[in-house]
Write a protein that binds this ligand. Sequence first.
Ligand SMILES: Nc1nc2c(ncn2[C@@H]2O[C@H](COP(=O)(O)OP(=O)(O)OP(=O)(O)O)[C@@H](O)[C@H]2O)c(=O)[nH]1
Ligand SMILES: [Mg+2]
Length: 504
Amino acid sequence: MAVPSFVDKVTLHVAGGSGGDGVASVHREKFKPLGGPDGGNGGHGGDVILKVDADVTTLIDYHHEPHRKGTNGAPGAGNNRSGSQGEDLVLLVPDGTVVRDESGEVLADLIGHSTELVIAAGGRGGLGNSALASAKRKAPGFALKGEPGDELTITLELKVVADIGLVGFPSAGKSSLIASMSRARPKIADYPFTTLIPNLGVVTAGSTTFTVADVPGLIEGASEGRGLGHEFLRHVERCAALVHVIDCATVDPGRDPLSDLDVIEAELAAYGGLNDRPRLIALNKTDVPDAKEIASFVRADLEARGLEVFDVSAASRAGLKELSFAMAEIVASRRAATPVSEATRIVLRPPAEAGVGREFTITRINEQWVVRGEKPKRWVRQTDFSNDEAVGFLADRLNRLGVEDELLKLGAKEGDDVVIGDEDNAVVFDFDPQVTAGAEVLGRRGEDLRIDQSDRRTNVQRREELAAKRAFEAGAREARAEGAAGPNPDWTFPEDDPLDEDED
Ligand SMILES: Nc1nc2c(ncn2[C@@H]2O[C@H](COP(=O)(O)OP(=O)(O)OP(=O)(O)O)[C@@H](O)[C@H]2O)c(=O)[nH]1
Ligand SMILES: [Mg+2]
């Protein structure tokens, strides 16, 4: 049995698709060279969604392929075209799948057909320069990058959602009972541990339809790892009631119905958490004459313990109707007491990083100022650090949020390291509250850093430039007058009019 056919516990690595980058583009038309920014937004990345599907009974697919990722969003394009959204990846899981994070904490318990969980959200697409344009920033020469999707490692654990769980020694006839009471056709044989995976059957008694699960047989010491059964007891955790299937025909010396019951109860107690579940007793194989006799001997003892007892035969079907009606009664009363689990859509939200009601926190760690918060982190991811204007925009956003003021208040000095972003992907800035210093800079009020630092010319420079321009044009005129191949007469001086005042 090299290839497992049933898997009820898997570790899965999921990642939402990345958002597409926004694009910086300038509208072009004949005779209208600078028509304004028209770079479109990137599409959002696709989510990874876990969805309960009634037809799925095992997690085997994820065992074979444990890495799953949503589709990436496409980048934006010129002419205000948005990139297409990434497709969601829907992973179908069985009813009763428990989702845990790496630390083992339960993230969700997926119950009810079509229940959905967005386990890894896709990254947002970046805004194009068209969307970033404003009255003050008429022609942004940058766009925002798409963000990566959520990425996490989870475990999925299947806990069968059955109403009734059958427990008992190997070969007691649990699978035979399921086969006789429902249309399920589990494997049945006269050797122990025939059942290696839980079987599920659907039974109708009167107006109640319910599911019955058997689990691999239990033996003494199962809780210490003997046999198979203990590992599978989680599949009866959700059951409304447990039915002890007791083999009255066993010829095994040292076994009898009462001590069998005690052994199984001891194993259930060692597993824990099942004490409150009502029990029914099915004394099986009563088609065998000796077994019938043994069943009649022990009935009084069992009833004296307050247990409801049924003589049954999976082979002749005797007593099955009574047993199924008793099961139905427990199921119906439990259903009446608990609200129906409806299909729900659950979206996981990471806890607010900076704490409730705060956009960011600043902590001094190892001589560095560490800024934490969803927004700062996101903004850093959106920034194209090769573009000064984009860096200036980031500085602008951070300042408006109050990061710089807070740093000053905390006593940050010029040149201190300021760290923002995920640990493995952090960006380190030199704190420089007034002036700018290249790409690693927080501009004071988010001015366009390029204008701010390099393009402010002195009057002397301007005069020199103007003179150069005049000389250039004079040269061109002369060249034309001489009919020589001078500079192209339509060619305009590459700089703005040097006497124009800088904006702002
Ligand atoms: N005579 C008789 N034999 C039965 C009855 N129920 C089950 N058996 C036999 O008992 C043997 C074991 O039956 P299973 O249904 O496989 O038992 P199980 O409890 O599912 O056993 P494991 O899966 O190994 O834990 C098989 O040979 C069955 O044919 C019954 O009511 N009467
Ligand atoms: Mg079986």
